[in-house]
Design a protein around this ligand. Structure first.
Ligand code: 13P
Length: 288
């Protein structure tokens, strides 16, 4: 099938009352685990890649080639999008050029007028190429790739101005943060989410920081227009935990247990289970 944009998958999710999982990839094992789970569960899926992870894997072309080839070689038939996560203005252009099927332009740190200008230009570029674009209003808190931001709550009127530019999907800060939530986290701001959903009409919304949000809040957010949920840390935690158990049991010292194909296998299996659980929670199983 090749890579697809978010347009159809998120519209269907918005209308069908479920969300598509965006799972960040970091390497080959991550990509394979997510794609195989999506195929097994007959779920659409979004491979999210930050610019940091893109650099780590070698660059935009490496990531685009890996995703495309893996979809083909593994015979993945469900819809798969390759989406730049929290892209800069320059990064979004590079991702488009390299063959990503979707980009996020995170202009939330710019003054709103500048965010609007840059988003507008990228909306025009992506539209022309049949790609999708996610925009952001109100910085998502926490730390990602060394960028630390306090959780903000978006201004619904600013969300409307960005949504009206024709973005495919919109991320609005509603008190969500990347990484693990602190003990004293107040939860998602559903009043703002409702207002944003009202004023942005039928533009599907994105929930970042999907790790550690209680299930009932996730379901409520989906019922209020959230159609894409980003998960990164939870896969990293389950991968690290499974590999740690392998090493603590000294399995790497037995036979060829040091072979990376053996050493990383429990981590890969753990990612698959985390992805499956999330797909079940988001309601995307069987929706491909
Ligand atoms: P978590 O790392 O908290 O799951 O958030 C992921 C994310 O929002 C990526 O954009």
């Amino acid at each position: 099938m090749g890579l697809v944009s978010l347009e159809d998958m998120c519209k269907k999710a918005y209308e069908g009352g479920y969300a598509v999982g965006h799972f960040n990839i970091n390497n080959l094992e991550w990509t394979r685990a997510i794609l195989e789970t999506a195929q097994e569960q007959k779920s659409p899926v979004i491979l999210g890649v930050s610019e940091g992870a893109t650099r780590y894997m070698g660059g935009f072309k490496v990531v685009a080639a890996l995703a495309k080839a893996m979809v083909e070689d593994l015979n993945i038939m469900v819809p798969v999008a390759l989406h730049l996560d929290h892209g800069t203005y320059e990064g979004a252009k590079k991702a488009i050029e390299a063959g990503y099927s979707s980009v996020m332009f995170d202009g939330s740190s710019y003054p709103i007028e500048e965010n609007i200008e840059k988003t507008k230009e990228l909306v025009a570029t992506t539209k022309k190429l049949g790609l999708s674009i996610e925009a952001e209003v109100g910085a998502i808190g926490g730390e990602e790739d060394g960028v630390v931001a306090a959780g903000e709550v978006a201004d619904p009127q600013e969300c409307k101005r960005i949504a009206d530019l024709g973005v495919t999907i919109l991320a609005a800060g509603i008190g969500n943060i990347h990484g693990q939530y602190p003990e004293n986290w107040k939860g998602l701001d559903f009043d703002v989410l409702q207002e944003v959903n009202n004023v942005t009409e039928d533009v599907p919304l994105v929930l970042h920081g999907g790790t550690g949000i209680p299930d009932d809040m996730v379901k409520k957010a989906i019922s209020m227009g959230v159609s894409k949920i980003n998960v990164n840390t939870e896969c990293q935690l389950s991968f690290a935990k499974a590999v740690r158990v392998y090493i603590e049991k000294k399995k790497d010292l037995v036979g060829k247990g040091y072979d990376p194909r053996k050493l990383l296998a429990p981590g890969t299996a753990a990612i698959k289970e985390t992805v499956r659980e999330k797909m079940e929670l988001f309601g995307s199983i069987g929706k491909a």
